[in-house]
Design a protein around this ligand. Sequence first.
Ligand code: PEP
Length: 261
Amino acid sequence: MTTTPKPLVIGNWKMNLDYVEAVHLGQQLGVMLKNKPAEHTDIVVVPPFVDIRSMTSIIESERIAMDVGAQHVSAYDNGAYTGEISTTMLKRLNVQWVLVGHSERRAMYDMTDEVVLSTLQAVVRSGLKVVLCVGEALSVREANEQNDFVTQQLKSALEGLDEKFHELVTVAYEPIWAIGTGLTASSDQVGAMTIHLRSVLAQLSLGAARVLYGGSVNGENAATLLGEGGVDGFLVGGASLKAESFMSIIQTCDDCYDVKR
Ligand code: PEP
């Protein structure tokens, strides 16, 4: 028996694919997973809000072994917050995961550490699973301050979190300089950061949380990042928009898990 957690692969579609394209991709993934099931890997797709209903419908009707997540949610329960979506609304659509603190939201939508904290609290209070995204900018890495930087991001979001919510937490390390740039962090860089993240998480009594890597992951680099980087899976942007490339990352995780057991 192994205590290695099952790999987790999450596809963040960002603001790509309208609902027709989403249905098409969902159907393709469904067929591929039926032909070659990913028995040991948890899979989540995170489409734009307007695609969520279509995705949950396909997954239910085709019985695809895949969860749906949201890219964002309001920290408020309901009320006069034009343009926002609540955790209750997501749950009614069978959403199970929410990304919180993605660097694009931190940078472009004023998502401060305080907003990350209140959003994360709203997510876990509602019973949804949270993927807390952390990661440094290139200038921070060049100053060799990445460990302190992510420690502060982790602590400000997770310190004092009620123990009953711990099982809902996953952390994704996404160096900003590697997101959507084609620049992947080396397996040494990912490995060192994974050890660091796990030690901070252990201090916070969250040592069992899965740690993912995100940043230009594809079918070619996934095996090395998983094996040498020591992560529990991936948060994937660009490569999740095509069924073949997303599936190749999923299959890599599935095969690696088989070997590790
Ligand atoms: C992301 O946005 O979470 C991401 C990892 O994107 P990409 O894979 O395109 O770098």
